[in-house]
Design a protein around this ligand. Structure first.
Ligand SMILES: [Zn+2]
Length: 117
């Protein structure tokens, strides 16, 4: 007879983590990072970024009002609201990101021409 030890599997509902689920940021941690981003917006560091007025993606200069905060690695992909992951982006570039990833945008910018993906 097979005598496999069963380790109290009755107490399996701590935290309710289901196995087999894709590992990604929880809605709670995304919310937390969003809040962090919001508070960074009022920081001196962020004001300096806006002061420079240079879009991270197209490297053009803009008015403060035309610039937005952008996550290089989106929060939904595990990105954090840290200074290293937050950049100034103009509105056209920010909306462009719906179609291109940051890497593709940089590539597009470097080649200074339109790339069809
Ligand atoms: Zn731009």
């Amino acid at each position: 007879m097979d005598t496999r030890r069963q380790r109290g599997n009755k107490r399996s509902n701590k935290g309710g983590t289901k196995s087999g689920e894709p590992v990604g940021p929880s809605p709670e941690s995304i919310k937390r990072e969003k809040e962090k981003g919001k508070s960074l917006k009022s920081s001196v560091w962020w004001r300096l970024q806006l002061e420079k007025g240079v879009c991270h993606y197209c490297a053009k200069t803009f008015e403060k009002k035309d610039l937005t905060m952008d996550h290089i690695v989106p929060l939904s992909r595990g990105g954090k609201s840290t200074k290293g992951n937050l950049v100034v982006a103009c509105e056209p570039c920010n909306s462009d990101k719906k179609y291109y990833t940051a890497a593709e945008l940089i590539l597009k910018n470097q080649m200074n021409s339109k790339i069809d993906f």
